[in-house]
Design a protein around this ligand. Structure first.
Ligand SMILES: [Zn+2]
Length: 335
């Protein structure tokens, strides 16, 4: 089921297209979880498809659509994070060689006689030299060529890039609309409301939080935070258990930050006190709201730092110690 906010963004695109106003560059931006990638695929597919539907979306069956699906359409150039051949690991940046190759590809004539499209995703993963190379391409646009930039954090793109792109922004829908969509997706009632609070209003993320794996992670996080906060568990032990499965650590930190945020707001009478709030709000009720807010900001910042080769055990230990200190200032000294 396609969410209503995607349909709204699609209408904006179709109106531009039908008015013959397809720009040279489009920046498709918005928080993760709202369906940007599916929208980008429809924009790309709709331009390349030889028999699009009445709504302008790709048919999914013609030769062009088959080639797009197989990743071999000669007029579609994808730029994404690539594996570094030296280390065998996925790069964390889109490097300048990739953008130069893209420029060369767009300078060729179309193989199918139609649009040539470059899809850069995630666009905010480009580094400085990549942005500079892209800027040259944006300054000398080719006819019938579209650059489609997709990213979660448009603010991370230089203003010179942003100003040369037409924006399509996906935004969180109103709460009632998000709840209706969640309900239709099988996440109804109190669970829908609770996960939407936990996801800070992002319905795509809320649906992910309703999955069994995320529910189990939330149980773990709530139990551990309550234990640390009440002094029943040592911060070091909890840090160790959160680091056992390295792939899960970032997810646990996000849930911890979100749960504390929901609990803190609920003690101020904001939002529905779901399970996460109920489990923690007894502890957070007496704490300084500003300090709690600083804490969940730090938890989110540390999630980013998990990508860097730092002592993750120490980062988490300090974070959990601080959580206890915020809740129980008098016992902080005991660590
Ligand atoms: Zn088609």
């Amino acid at each position: 089921m396609r969410p209503p906010w995607i349909d709204a963004a699609w209408s904006v695109w179709v109106r531009r297209r039908e008015g013959g106003r397809v720009p040279h560059a489009v920046l498709l931006a918005g928080p993760a979880g709202l369906g940007k990638r599916g929208l980008a695929a429809d924009i790309v597919g709709g331009l390349l498809c030889t028999a699009p539907g009445p709504d302008g979306r790709p048919c999914g069956a013609c030769r062009a659509c088959t080639l797009v699906a197989a990743g071999t359409h000669p007029d579609l150039h994808r730029v994404a994070l690539e594996v570094n051949e030296d280390s065998g690991k996925l790069r964390t940046e889109i490097v300048v060689e990739q953008v130069r190759a893209l420029r060369d590809a767009l300078a060729q004539t179309s193989q199918f006689g139609g649009w040539r499209i470059a899809l850069i995703d995630p666009a905010d993963a480009m580094n400085g030299p990549s942005f500079n190379a892209l800027l040259k391409t944006l300054e000398e646009p080719e006819a019938s060529a579209l650059l489609l930039l997709v990213c979660d954090r448009p603010g991370a793109l230089p203003a010179t890039i942003r100003s040369r792109c037409q924006r399509i922004d996906l935004r969180f829908p109103a709460r009632a609309e998000a709840l209706a969509w969640l309900s239709a997706a099988g996440v109804a009632g109190a669970v829908g409301a609770e996960t939407l609070d936990l996801a800070a209003g992002n319905p795509g993320l809320a649906r992910a939080y309703a999955e069994p794996v995320a529910r189990a992670q939330l149980e773990t996080v709530l139990r551990d935070l309550a234990a640390v906060g009440s002094g029943r568990a040592a911060p070091g032990d909890v840090a160790g258990s959160w680091l056992k499965d390295k792939d899960a650590t970032a997810g646990l930190l996000v849930l911890a930050a979100q749960a504390v945020r929901v609990a803190a707001w609920s003690t101020l009478g904001q939002g529905s006190p779901g399970k996460s709030a109920a489990a923690l709000s007894g502890l957070t009720a007496g704490a300084d709201f500003q300090k709690l807010a600083q804490w969940w900001d730090r938890a989110n910042a540390i999630r980013e730092q998990l990508r860097a080769p730092l002592r993750h055990d120490l980062l988490l230990l300090e974070l959990l110690r601080d959580f206890r200190a915020v809740l129980r200032p008098s016992t902080a000294a005991r660590g």
